[in-house]
Ligand binder design. Structure first.
Ligand SMILES: [Fe+2]
Length: 227
């Protein structure tokens, strides 16, 4: 785990705690609201895996890269480089694709369009390259993904798949990444401050809306497909 509390005089621990608590409460609500797998149809189970895959496979490395471009704190950049290196070297997108295919849940046009507007909102937000907010967003995401993994593995099991590499890897290694990113938010804030009146949680809110759409589907999906 990256820990620069002892080397950085500008780390604001109380701010870090409040950011972590706020984001953790959002994640707790989302994990608590996950549908009971026993009550889902087989197609609804497939939909959650497929939407997750449609979002994560092509976007995680892109979003981490956007965050790298947005931030100024060297320690935070080092955490992200470590993360990106692992993603590319071990090809996490290939790992996720294998997971989705094994569960017979490879995303279709319907799945991709179900998350389309929420996904676009997150992409446009990260394109603004606002360091503090982008870091908070990725700290949320790393932490959420780690908490979501056992549920994702259970969904795959319900589809008759025993493929577990993706969920095993992300249930463990992302803990260190999210801890480092939480620390980095307050440090980034001290050297690369947000604009006055800015909402620190703008990206967290947009990304958590996208996560809700992954988990619960979108009523607008069918309409978009036929538009
Ligand atoms: Fe990954």
């Amino acid at each position: 785990m990256s820990n620069f509390a002892s080397t950085s005089p500008i780390l604001d621990e109380s701010l870090e705690v409040s950011i972590r608590e706020h984001i953790t409460s959002i994640i707790n609500d989302q994990i608590g609201a996950l549908p009971e797998i026993e009550k889902l149809t087989n197609d609804e189970i497939r939909g959650i895996i497929a939407r997750y895959s449609a979002v994560l496979e092509g976007n995680f490395i892109y979003w981490m890269t956007a965050t790298y471009l947005a931030i100024k704190v060297e320690e935070a950049r080092a955490i992200i480089i470590e993360n990106l290196t692992e993603e590319v070297r071990d090809s996490h997108p290939a790992m996720l694709r294998r997971f989705a295919k094994a569960a017979n849940a490879f995303p279709t046009q319907v799945d991709a369009l179900a998350v389309d507007s929420e996904l676009t909102a997150v992409r446009l937000f990260l394109g603004k390259l606002e360091g503090v907010k982008s870091l908070a967003t990725m700290a949320y995401f790393e932490s959420y993904i780690q908490r979501f993994m056992s549920y994702l593995a259970d969904l795959a099991a319900a589809r008759g798949s025993a493929e577990r590499v993706y969920t095993d890897v992300h249930g463990v290694c992302d803990i260190a990444h999210s801890e480092g990113l939480f620390q980095a938010v307050s440090v980034e804030m001290s050297i690369n401050p947000m604009k006055a009146g800015s909402n620190l949680y703008e990206g967290v809110e947009l990304l958590s809306t996208l996560v809700d759409t992954i988990n619960h589907g979108s009523r607008q999906a069918a309409a978009k497909l036929h538009a």
